[in-house]
Design a protein around this ligand. Structure first.
Ligand code: URA
Length: 272
Protein backbone atom coordinates (compact mmCIF):
# COMPACT_ATOMS: atom_id res chain seq x y z
CA UNK A 1 0.00 0.00 0.00
CA UNK A 2 2.21 2.80 -1.28
CA UNK A 3 0.60 6.19 -1.49
CA UNK A 4 3.47 8.30 -2.67
CA UNK A 5 4.10 9.21 -6.28
CA UNK A 6 7.77 10.32 -6.33
CA UNK A 7 10.69 7.94 -5.89
CA UNK A 8 11.77 9.73 -2.72
CA UNK A 9 8.24 9.60 -1.40
CA UNK A 10 8.12 5.91 -2.25
CA UNK A 11 11.35 5.27 -0.30
CA UNK A 12 9.90 7.12 2.67
CA UNK A 13 6.73 5.08 2.51
CA UNK A 14 8.74 1.84 2.19
CA UNK A 15 10.44 2.61 5.49
CA UNK A 16 7.07 3.17 7.15
CA UNK A 17 5.57 -0.05 5.82
CA UNK A 18 5.34 -2.90 8.26
CA UNK A 19 3.45 -6.14 8.41
CA UNK A 20 0.24 -6.07 10.38
CA UNK A 21 1.53 -8.47 13.05
CA UNK A 22 4.61 -6.28 13.53
CA UNK A 23 2.55 -3.12 13.79
CA UNK A 24 0.48 -4.66 16.59
CA UNK A 25 3.47 -5.94 18.49
CA UNK A 26 5.48 -2.73 17.97
CA UNK A 27 2.55 -0.76 19.31
CA UNK A 28 3.28 -2.54 22.57
CA UNK A 29 0.10 -4.60 22.60
CA UNK A 30 1.63 -8.07 22.74
CA UNK A 31 4.06 -10.49 21.17
CA UNK A 32 4.01 -11.24 17.46
CA UNK A 33 2.59 -14.69 18.24
CA UNK A 34 -0.29 -13.07 20.09
CA UNK A 35 -0.76 -10.56 17.28
CA UNK A 36 -1.02 -13.39 14.73
CA UNK A 37 -3.72 -15.01 16.89
CA UNK A 38 -5.77 -11.79 17.06
CA UNK A 39 -5.46 -11.32 13.31
CA UNK A 40 -6.48 -14.92 12.66
CA UNK A 41 -9.43 -14.53 15.03
CA UNK A 42 -10.77 -11.63 12.98
CA UNK A 43 -10.22 -8.99 15.66
CA UNK A 44 -8.16 -6.67 13.48
CA UNK A 45 -9.30 -4.26 10.75
CA UNK A 46 -7.32 -2.04 8.40
CA UNK A 47 -9.20 0.97 7.05
CA UNK A 48 -12.45 -0.63 8.16
CA UNK A 49 -11.76 -3.89 6.31
CA UNK A 50 -11.27 -7.14 8.23
CA UNK A 51 -7.75 -8.46 7.55
CA UNK A 52 -6.80 -12.00 8.52
CA UNK A 53 -3.33 -12.22 6.99
CA UNK A 54 -0.55 -11.32 9.48
CA UNK A 55 1.85 -10.25 6.71
CA UNK A 56 -0.55 -7.70 5.23
CA UNK A 57 1.48 -4.48 4.65
CA UNK A 58 0.46 -1.45 6.66
CA UNK A 59 1.57 2.17 6.68
CA UNK A 60 0.66 3.36 10.16
CA UNK A 61 0.88 7.01 9.12
CA UNK A 62 -1.92 6.53 6.64
CA UNK A 63 -3.73 3.29 7.36
CA UNK A 64 -6.20 3.07 10.20
CA UNK A 65 -5.65 -0.12 12.16
CA UNK A 66 -8.06 -1.24 14.84
CA UNK A 67 -7.95 -4.09 17.34
CA UNK A 68 -11.36 -5.02 18.77
CA UNK A 69 -12.63 -1.81 17.18
CA UNK A 70 -10.12 0.39 19.03
CA UNK A 71 -7.48 2.36 17.09
CA UNK A 72 -3.90 1.14 17.30
CA UNK A 73 -1.27 3.86 17.55
CA UNK A 74 2.47 3.55 17.09
CA UNK A 75 3.94 2.63 20.46
CA UNK A 76 6.12 5.00 22.42
CA UNK A 77 9.47 3.73 23.53
CA UNK A 78 9.66 2.31 27.02
CA UNK A 79 12.90 1.46 28.84
CA UNK A 80 12.62 -0.37 32.14
CA UNK A 81 15.13 -1.47 34.70
CA UNK A 82 14.02 -4.58 36.56
CA UNK A 83 15.73 -6.03 39.61
CA UNK A 84 15.31 -9.67 38.68
CA UNK A 85 15.23 -11.98 41.69
CA UNK A 86 16.85 -15.39 41.69
CA UNK A 87 14.41 -18.10 40.58
CA UNK A 88 12.76 -16.12 37.76
CA UNK A 89 13.27 -17.04 34.12
CA UNK A 90 14.16 -14.40 31.54
CA UNK A 91 11.51 -15.76 29.15
CA UNK A 92 7.86 -15.06 28.51
CA UNK A 93 6.44 -18.48 29.34
CA UNK A 94 7.86 -21.59 30.88
CA UNK A 95 6.41 -25.00 29.95
CA UNK A 96 7.18 -26.10 33.53
CA UNK A 97 5.21 -23.18 34.95
CA UNK A 98 8.12 -21.56 36.77
CA UNK A 99 7.90 -17.80 37.44
CA UNK A 100 9.20 -15.51 34.73
CA UNK A 101 10.20 -11.86 34.72
CA UNK A 102 6.83 -11.06 33.13
CA UNK A 103 5.16 -12.07 36.40
CA UNK A 104 6.88 -9.02 37.88
CA UNK A 105 5.65 -6.64 35.20
CA UNK A 106 1.93 -7.09 35.47
CA UNK A 107 1.32 -3.35 35.81
CA UNK A 108 3.35 -2.46 32.73
CA UNK A 109 1.00 -2.08 29.79
CA UNK A 110 3.61 -1.97 27.04
CA UNK A 111 4.99 -5.14 25.52
CA UNK A 112 8.66 -5.14 26.52
CA UNK A 113 11.38 -7.71 25.93
CA UNK A 114 14.50 -8.43 27.96
CA UNK A 115 17.79 -7.03 26.69
CA UNK A 116 19.97 -10.12 27.03
CA UNK A 117 19.46 -12.78 29.65
CA UNK A 118 20.24 -13.62 33.22
CA UNK A 119 20.36 -17.23 34.39
CA UNK A 120 17.59 -18.58 36.57
CA UNK A 121 19.94 -18.44 39.57
CA UNK A 122 21.30 -14.97 38.83
CA UNK A 123 19.67 -11.86 40.21
CA UNK A 124 20.15 -8.22 39.36
CA UNK A 125 19.77 -5.62 36.71
CA UNK A 126 17.78 -6.50 33.62
CA UNK A 127 16.84 -3.88 31.05
CA UNK A 128 13.49 -4.44 29.31
CA UNK A 129 12.27 -2.39 26.38
CA UNK A 130 10.02 -2.26 23.35
CA UNK A 131 12.77 -0.48 21.39
CA UNK A 132 14.05 -3.40 19.35
CA UNK A 133 16.92 -1.47 17.77
CA UNK A 134 18.16 -0.40 21.19
CA UNK A 135 17.90 -4.00 22.45
CA UNK A 136 19.75 -5.38 19.43
CA UNK A 137 22.55 -2.85 19.76
CA UNK A 138 23.02 -3.43 23.47
CA UNK A 139 23.23 -7.20 23.02
CA UNK A 140 25.52 -7.00 20.00
CA UNK A 141 29.00 -8.21 21.05
CA UNK A 142 30.49 -5.46 18.84
CA UNK A 143 28.89 -2.83 21.06
CA UNK A 144 30.82 -4.15 24.09
CA UNK A 145 28.53 -2.87 26.80
CA UNK A 146 30.37 -3.39 30.11
CA UNK A 147 28.42 -5.44 32.62
CA UNK A 148 29.31 -5.59 36.29
CA UNK A 149 28.58 -8.55 38.57
CA UNK A 150 29.02 -9.10 42.26
CA UNK A 151 30.17 -12.67 42.83
CA UNK A 152 30.28 -14.82 45.94
CA UNK A 153 32.71 -17.67 45.34
CA UNK A 154 32.48 -20.99 47.16
CA UNK A 155 36.12 -20.72 48.32
CA UNK A 156 38.72 -18.11 49.14
CA UNK A 157 40.35 -16.94 45.90
CA UNK A 158 44.03 -16.06 45.80
CA UNK A 159 45.38 -12.96 44.08
CA UNK A 160 46.64 -15.31 41.39
CA UNK A 161 43.17 -16.72 40.75
CA UNK A 162 41.72 -13.21 40.52
CA UNK A 163 44.55 -12.29 38.11
CA UNK A 164 43.63 -15.19 35.88
CA UNK A 165 40.05 -13.90 35.75
CA UNK A 166 41.43 -10.46 34.86
CA UNK A 167 43.66 -11.70 32.09
CA UNK A 168 41.21 -14.17 30.57
CA UNK A 169 40.65 -17.89 31.06
CA UNK A 170 40.27 -20.69 28.55
CA UNK A 171 36.66 -21.80 28.13
CA UNK A 172 35.43 -24.44 25.71
CA UNK A 173 33.98 -21.73 23.45
CA UNK A 174 37.26 -19.80 23.45
CA UNK A 175 39.35 -17.64 25.76
CA UNK A 176 37.63 -14.84 27.61
CA UNK A 177 38.79 -11.28 27.10
CA UNK A 178 40.29 -9.17 29.84
CA UNK A 179 38.07 -8.11 32.70
CA UNK A 180 38.26 -5.67 35.59
CA UNK A 181 38.23 -7.66 38.83
CA UNK A 182 38.19 -6.20 42.33
CA UNK A 183 38.26 -8.16 45.56
CA UNK A 184 35.45 -6.83 47.76
CA UNK A 185 36.10 -8.92 50.89
CA UNK A 186 36.95 -12.37 52.17
CA UNK A 187 34.70 -13.75 54.87
CA UNK A 188 33.59 -17.14 56.14
CA UNK A 189 35.99 -18.91 53.79
CA UNK A 190 34.50 -17.22 50.70
CA UNK A 191 35.73 -14.46 48.45
CA UNK A 192 33.34 -11.76 47.30
CA UNK A 193 34.54 -9.93 44.22
CA UNK A 194 33.28 -7.62 41.51
CA UNK A 195 33.90 -8.34 37.85
CA UNK A 196 33.24 -6.01 34.91
CA UNK A 197 33.37 -7.51 31.46
CA UNK A 198 32.20 -6.67 27.98
CA UNK A 199 31.36 -10.21 26.87
CA UNK A 200 28.08 -11.93 27.64
CA UNK A 201 28.40 -15.58 26.77
CA UNK A 202 26.16 -18.25 28.21
CA UNK A 203 26.84 -18.70 31.97
CA UNK A 204 30.14 -16.97 31.41
CA UNK A 205 30.88 -15.77 34.93
CA UNK A 206 30.03 -19.17 36.41
CA UNK A 207 32.23 -20.95 33.88
CA UNK A 208 35.11 -18.51 34.44
CA UNK A 209 35.01 -19.05 38.19
CA UNK A 210 34.94 -22.82 37.65
CA UNK A 211 37.93 -22.49 35.30
CA UNK A 212 39.99 -21.06 38.19
CA UNK A 213 38.97 -23.89 40.50
CA UNK A 214 36.02 -22.51 42.45
CA UNK A 215 32.25 -22.18 42.08
CA UNK A 216 29.74 -19.34 42.09
CA UNK A 217 27.45 -19.41 45.10
CA UNK A 218 25.74 -16.11 44.35
CA UNK A 219 25.74 -13.89 41.27
CA UNK A 220 24.17 -10.44 41.06
CA UNK A 221 24.41 -8.11 38.07
CA UNK A 222 24.84 -4.67 39.59
CA UNK A 223 25.42 -2.47 36.53
CA UNK A 224 25.39 -2.20 32.76
CA UNK A 225 27.72 0.61 31.75
CA UNK A 226 26.96 3.56 34.03
CA UNK A 227 23.47 2.29 34.87
CA UNK A 228 23.47 0.85 38.38
CA UNK A 229 20.85 -1.14 40.23
CA UNK A 230 21.11 1.36 43.10
CA UNK A 231 18.41 1.31 45.73
CA UNK A 232 15.82 -0.48 43.59
CA UNK A 233 14.09 -3.19 45.63
CA UNK A 234 14.38 -6.76 44.46
CA UNK A 235 11.51 -7.75 42.15
CA UNK A 236 10.68 -4.10 41.38
CA UNK A 237 11.22 -2.06 38.26
CA UNK A 238 11.58 1.57 37.37
CA UNK A 239 11.90 3.55 34.17
CA UNK A 240 15.39 4.31 32.97
CA UNK A 241 16.00 8.05 32.95
CA UNK A 242 16.59 9.76 29.64
CA UNK A 243 20.21 10.19 30.59
CA UNK A 244 20.57 6.48 31.29
CA UNK A 245 19.00 5.58 27.95
CA UNK A 246 21.42 7.94 26.23
CA UNK A 247 24.37 6.50 28.14
CA UNK A 248 23.43 3.06 26.85
CA UNK A 249 23.32 4.39 23.29
CA UNK A 250 19.55 4.81 23.11
CA UNK A 251 17.68 6.94 20.62
CA UNK A 252 18.69 10.31 21.93
CA UNK A 253 22.25 9.08 22.36
CA UNK A 254 22.41 8.57 18.60
CA UNK A 255 22.00 12.23 17.83
CA UNK A 256 18.22 12.57 17.80
CA UNK A 257 16.83 15.50 19.73
CA UNK A 258 16.23 14.62 23.34
CA UNK A 259 12.52 14.46 24.05
CA UNK A 260 10.81 14.41 27.40
CA UNK A 261 11.62 11.48 29.70
CA UNK A 262 9.85 8.27 28.75
CA UNK A 263 7.23 7.24 31.21
CA UNK A 264 5.21 4.04 31.33
CA UNK A 265 1.72 4.49 32.60
CA UNK A 266 2.14 2.31 35.65
CA UNK A 267 5.77 2.73 36.58
CA UNK A 268 7.51 6.02 37.09
CA UNK A 269 11.05 7.09 37.69
CA UNK A 270 12.64 10.28 38.76
CA UNK A 271 14.48 12.06 35.99
CA UNK A 272 17.90 12.35 37.55
N1 URA B 1 27.20 -14.88 33.75
C1 URA B 1 26.62 -15.97 34.25
O1 URA B 1 27.27 -16.97 34.51
N2 URA B 1 25.28 -15.93 34.44
C2 URA B 1 24.52 -14.85 34.19
O2 URA B 1 23.31 -14.88 34.40
C3 URA B 1 25.16 -13.71 33.68
C4 URA B 1 26.50 -13.75 33.46
Amino acid sequence: MIHSGSRQGQRHADVRLKTLERVLSKAGLGSRTEARKWIGAGRVCVNGRLIQTPDHWVDLERDRVTLNGKPVRAGRKVYLLLYKPKGYLTTYKDPEGRPTVYDLLREVEEWVVPVGRLDLDTSGLLVMTNDTQFAERLTNPEYKAPKTYLVKASTLLSDEQLDRLRQGVALKDGPTSTAVVTRVRDSGGRTFFEITMTEGRNRQVRRMVEAVGSKVLKLVRTAIGPVRIGALAIGKCRMLTRREVEALGGREGRGKPAGSPHRASAVRAKDK
